[in-house]
Ligand binder design. Sequence first.
Ligand code: AMP
Length: 195
Amino acid sequence: MIIGIFCGSSAGNNAAYMAAAREVGQVLAQANIPIVYGGGRVGLMGAVADAALAHGGDVTGVMPRSLVEREIAHPGLTRLDVVQNMHERKARMAELATAFIALPGGAGTLEEIFEQWTWAQLGLHHKPCGFYNVEGYYNPLLEMTANMVKEGFLHQRYADMLPFSHCLSDLLQCFKQYRPPVSKWSQPEGVNHGR
Ligand code: AMP
């Protein structure tokens, strides 16, 4: 398993977020699970990388050239892939990682994990995604996915793909047991809201 991590380029207002980021870095390093992430040394991103590297982990950063200065590329990574743009970053991370975890973060974090989740729904890849739900940060999103199902915009099987947990070992266990769902347009059921 190679875990792609998406998380805030900010630290957040609750010390529990940075603590969780450090825990993720440390636990993955100690389990010999390589990490792929955005490559920055700021916010939760930097905390994951620092902790993993401090515990001998293998950490690959993937960063668009335009962000190398702004998000301040982490200087001590195992490797840093500098790519041309955000699209290349996400494609490269999707290629390198075998599963994805979103820690607390902002719009960038959501955009990145949602892209991987939607690609998995379409069968473009078969890699699991999950949310590390530190202090219930993602509870409103869990409610939103339930609402998408209720209102007929998301099939239950695609909601079920996404574990939300405040326990990292639970998430890793879910990833090990992951069975990709039937992809979105693979059955000729005609137009079907919330497929
Ligand atoms: P944020 O959660 O907004 O702090 O952003 C976290 C990560 O998402 C950072 O690595 C950002 O470079 C990245 N990011 C920000 N905006 C976007 C976007 N529109 N598409 C993809 N990634 C983004």
